[in-house]
Write a protein that binds this ligand. Sequence first.
Ligand code: NAP
Length: 285
Amino acid sequence: MTAQLIDGNALSRQLRTEVAARAAALKTQGITPGLAVILVGDNPASQVYVRNKVKACEEAGFYSVLEKYDASLSETELLARVEALNNDPAIHGILVQLPLPQHIDDHKVIEAISPLKDVDGFHVASAGALMVGEVGFKACTPYGCMKMLESIGMKDLRGKHAVVIGRSNIVGKPMAMMLLAANATVTVTHSGTADLAHHTRQADIVVAAVGKRNVLTADMLKPGAVVIDVGMNRNDEGKLCGDVDFDGCKEVASHITPVPGGVGPMTITMLLVNTMEAAERAAGA
Ligand code: NAP
């Protein structure tokens, strides 16, 4: 079997076109969706991420502000900036790029963001809303994975067994909650799991979110499984690769996401979707 690719770039283009149309419609009411991105320090990867996010906003017709601060910015100063953005009516979404410098408490800063503007979906209120099935903002990366499943006709996952590898607060745990909400039977695995392959071999859907190459290999898959690769790693040649042995797994899976061009672009797309949603909610739409 050669798996069909789930193309994150193509799906992103389609979703971003829809968002741009919604933004244009909201503008007729005098409201432009606005995203503020805060970057503290000069982490090279973070600089690329925030640039891509701001660019995507501009392409969708959003108003966006990039606030860059020196790594010496104090926690108090950062909290004051977040508070000012919470009170700024032109801003509907606030994103503080992680990781923050060591002297700043990530959790404290995320919790300072108004849940109404928490478009990254990392606030405890957003995690809680997901847990109990209330309206909130879904974490962008797992939200994007769900959209990828939907794009291949897997919206209601009743009767399907999904195995998530990884249990971080930003990917693994919200991923498990979203799969559960879609009626999948969910197994969450992590570094303490004995015999990972025993679990993945039973899965109709495997989501790998670990940050290690070759966590999932072809012998660990049930034929016809759907594979979503969240991982971002570098191979021996320095090229971007995922957690999944793509060449091996594509011969066993029915559908698979590539890295690059899979989950990565979808994460930014879902940030736009969440910001759009925040602006529409603020407008009472
Ligand atoms: P993380 O916070 O480091 O979490 C990694 C998880 O993997 C942990 O739960 C860990 O278990 C588990 N794990 C480690 N080794 C394992 C093993 N051998 N078998 C099973 N589970 C194992 O990472 P993250 O933030 O969730 O990110 C995961 C990956 O996704 C990274 O490569 C990251 O760069 C990537 N990512 C990509 C996007 C995107 O847009 N494409 C977005 C976010 C993250 P313990 O909990 O027991 O330690």
